[in-house]
Design a protein around this ligand. Structure first.
Ligand code: PLP
Length: 396
């Protein structure tokens, strides 16, 4: 495979300071051992089933299908997982691995707070110390999730450098890891960063496409024609795509956050507007200014508000195996409202980006065709922000 030594084509790698090398090599060795360890995998499956509520449902959205009048739409319900998103899949895997490695402390970065809450949850369950780095701006925007993390026993450290948002929280977590390799594991939240993170996080999230395949076989007796997921760093999309990569007839579509539009500076659509670069330990595509500095990005969705994309997605884009499409704030908000009204399912605003593209694509396809859309999380956390977007102030 192209992922030898953490490379996906020209992308990936381990572009990290000398001081972090030992930690990354220790992790790489441990993961190489435990990924093939039957006992590790048995324990992880048990956590998935008993704690995280897996397998998640593959739900036939009949009313949505009828209303759009084209391809049959199934929703992969990651929103029904414990803690309300796909993040728990990766976190349980990494926390279990850290425990096996003898680590007693988890650190994590978080943007909207979903990954921080999932990490704090796993730390509580597995009796580990937990410190979450969060941009100061985000701690103000996501006060409820800050409270949740503290309730779960985590310490939340506001990061004031740079734009005081997600990318700065990642940088700070990498710095902290360098300072405390002995007892600390850095639980990274997406398919990004230095090898082995992109591969390891993808493996833990691949449970999504493994289940979709089985559930499709039971319900339809065949593969879907397209799988659609939203892309921030790209973990729910990578998990949704992985077991379909070899099935060439299945279209794989990642939906990026275009924000106010890819022709504006207020966007986070990396494939549409980014260039090849090196940041946060990996080579991939990044939104950059004319000097090659990482550009400030914007999306209504805090979970997609990252200036890069995981290296395996960059590779799937280069080879043409997957397609990446921009979806604006306005389109996502319309999809957020539409799915709520037609199916009684309030999706995360991140997931609404994938729904929005399905709403465009489905009517262009035949009634005998099938689309699977991953609903990466639930939308309770977004209600106040969407109300505000529509000019209404509700109590948060
Ligand atoms: C964090 C998050 C995302 C974006 O992260 P990916 O790594 O791209 O999946 C998408 N949806 C939800 C609900 C999230 O919490």
């Amino acid at each position: 495979m192209s992922e030898k030594r953490g490379r996906f084509g020209v992308h990936g790698g381990q572009y990290i300071p000398e001081t972090l090398m030992n930690a990354v090599i220790e992790l790489e060795k441990a993961y190489e051992h435990y990924r093939n360890d039957p006992e590790f995998n048995r324990e992880l499956m048990e956590l998935f089933h008993e704690y995280a509520n897996r397998p998640s449902r593959l739900y036939y959205a009949e009313k949505l299908t009828r209303t759009l009048g084209g391809a049959k739409i199934y929703l992969k319900r990651e929103d029904l997982n414990h803690t309300g998103s796909h993040k728990i899949n990766n976190v349980l895997g990494q926390a279990l691995l850290a425990k096996k490695m003898g680590k007693t402390r988890l650190i994590a970065e978080t943007g909207a707070g979903q990954h921080g809450v999932a990490t704090a949850t796993a730390a509580a369950l597995m009796d580990m110390e937990c410190v979450v780095f969060m941009g100061e701006e985000d701690t103000k925007r996501q006060a409820l999730n800050v409270y949740r993390m503290k309730l779960l026993g985590a310490e939340v450290v506001p990061v004031t450098t740079g734009t005081a948002t997600l990318k700065d929280a990642v940088s700070e977590a990498l710095r902290e890891w360098t300072a405390r390799i002995e007892d600390t594991h850095y639980c990274l939240g997406s398919v990004m960063g230095p090898h082995p993170f992109p591969m390891m996080v993808r493996d833990f999230q691949a449970v999504i496409s493994r289940e979709i395949k089985e559930e499709m076989k039971q319900k339809e007796g065949r593969l879907p024609d397209a799988v659609i997921a939203c892309v921030g760093g790209g973990s729910n999309a990578m998990g949704s795509f992985y077991h379909f990569i070899e099935e060439e007839e299945v279209r794989l579509i990642g939906c990026e956050a275009a924000g106010r539009g890819t022709n504006t500076f207020e966007t986070a659509a990396t494939i549409s507007t980014g260039k090849l670069g090196i940041f946060h330990g990996m080579k991939s595509y990044f939104c950059q200014d004319k000097y090659g500095q990482i550009a400030p990005v914007y999306s209504i969705s805090a979970g997609l508000d990252y200036p890069g994309i995981g290296p395996e997605h960059a590779y799937l884009h280069d080879t043409g195996r997957a397609e990446y499409v921009p979806v604006t704030d306005e389109e996502a908000v319309e999809a957020f409202e539409f799915l709520s009204k037609t199916e009684g399912i309030i999706p995360a605003i991140e997931s609404a980006h994938a729904i929005a593209y399905a709403m465009k694509l489905a009517p262009t396809m035949g009634k005998d065709q099938i689309i699977v859309v991953t609903v990466s999380g639930r939308g309770d956390k977004d209600c106040a922000a969407i109300a505000r977007y529509r000019g209404e102030d509700i109590y948060e």
